[in-house]
Structure formats: C-alpha cells, structure tokens
Design a protein around this ligand. Structure first.
Ligand SMILES: Nc1ncnc2c1ncn2[C@@H]1O[C@H](COP(=O)(O)OP(=O)(O)OP(=O)(O)O)[C@@H](O)[C@H]1O
Ligand SMILES: [Mg+2]
Length: 198
C-alpha cells in the first residue's frame, strides 16, 4: 500500500489561531513580540476603531524585516519557527519570545484582512495580502488558496525619514476589525505591553 499523507483544511488554521489566542489585546501583544524578536527598537501601533468601516490596526517596526524567501519558507509555513534553533536575536542578543510558530495567526484574531509589507537588508521589499474569510469554507486545502500581493510593497518604517533608504522593517495593516476597542481595552493593552520590556 502506498504511504498516506495528511492534508490540512484551511479552516483548521483559523481554529488553531482563534483557540490559542485568548483575546484581542493578547493578539496585538503577539504581533509586537514578533517585532521585539526581530530586534526592532521602535514599534508604531495605531488603532483606529471609530466606525466599523474605517477600523484599522497598524503595527510597524524597524526590525530585520523579511525577504521574499523568508515569507515563503517561514511566514507562510504555519507552525514553523526558526526561533526554536535561533533562540537569541542577532543584534541585541535578546532572548526571543516566540517559538510556537502560530503568533502570526493573531492577525486573523484581530480582523479579516491583513496587508503585510516588509523590507530586509539587501533584499527588495515584499509582502502579502491575506483575506482570512477565504479560509472559512469547509473542505478547502490550505495550500490551494492563492494569496494576493499588495500594490505598494514598501513598508512605512518608524524612525528618521532621512535613513529610510537603508532601513529595514515590517508593517502590518489589519482591516475589517472583529472587535471594538474600548478605553478599557487600550488600558489593558498598555499594561500588557509594559510587561514586555524589562
Ligand atoms: N515583525 C516581524 N519582523 C520580522 N520577522 C517576522 C515578523 N513577524 C513575523 N516574522 C517572522 O515570521 C515568523 C512567524 O511569526 P509567529 O509569531 O507566527 O511565530 P514565532 O514568533 O516564531 O512563534 P510564536 O508563535 O511563539 O510567536 C517568525 O518566526 C519570524 O521569522
Ligand atoms: Mg511570534
């Protein structure tokens, strides 16, 4: 008999993320931890949740960024984390906070659309657009859902504008938010973020 193989239903990815990420403040913290692990020393967080249609979360960092092959071989490979073998960051020798390889699913926890733009050293900018609602219908193999590419690949990276040509970093824009953000949520997020840095 020929060997048998698992396939992965796209929906399972959403279930995995939604069940392992407690709430929407934790989800933002997860994404900021990724910036920390990428040696960012600046992270910009904008939460605009005035009306449903104009709601948006933007998280931009000046970390190492990702190349196209990083996206292909690590960001798009759910459950994979190179942090299992590379436990400390290269620039600030930080002990990395991630290792499970699912933190990126926090984007789905927050909103149904993700635009990721990123630039790493000596590599062209790259990115990916994810419409998580396409993962919801039953019986779809995860690898069969094509992902689009943002029109503008250049991330807006926090920091001094005159260094922008040499800078690296990542910008995530999450749209169609799933939750309202109350002043209490922002307060809770602030408290959780203060615990992140010694
Ligand atoms: N802001 C970022 N800058 C650079 N690389 C990033 C960024 N966000 C994600 N990545 C890359 O994508 C991978 C996936 O992130 P994800 O949070 O899913 O996994 P992880 O951080 O390795 O583990 P965990 O699930 O425990 O957070 C990371 O390992 C990293 O290689
Ligand atoms: Mg992570």
């Amino acid at each position: 008999m020929p060997a048998k193989f698992f396939k992965v239903d796209a929906n399972a990815i959403l279930t995995l993320g939604r069940n392992s990420i407690k709430d929407h403040t934790t989800a933002v913290v997860e994404l900021i931890k990724n910036a920390y692990d990428a040696d960012a020393d600046l992270v910009e967080l904008n939460i605009r949740a005035l009306s449903e249609s104009a709601s948006e979360i933007r998280i931009a960092d000046n970390g190492h960024g990702m190349s196209d092959s990083d996206i292909e071989n690590s960001w798009l490979r759910i459950g994979f984390s190179d942090k299992v073998t590379n436990k400390t960051s290269s620039r600030f020798t930080r002990r990395k906070t991630g290792e499970k390889g699912i933190g990126r699913l926090s984007a789905d926890r927050l909103g149904s659309e993700l635009e990721l733009r990123t630039k790493s050293r000596a590599r062209p900018a790259t990115g990916v657009l994810v419409d998580w609602s396409k993962f919801e219908s039953a019986g779809k193999e995860v690898g069969s859902i094509p992902l689009a590419v943002p029109k503008n690949l250049n991330p807006t990276i926090p920091g001094k504008a005159h260094q922008s040509r040499t800078r690296t970093g990542t910008e995530l824009i999450i749209k169609k938010l799933r939750q309202r953000w109350t002043p209490d949520d922002i307060e809770k997020l602030h408290a959780e973020l203060s615990l992140l840095l010694p």
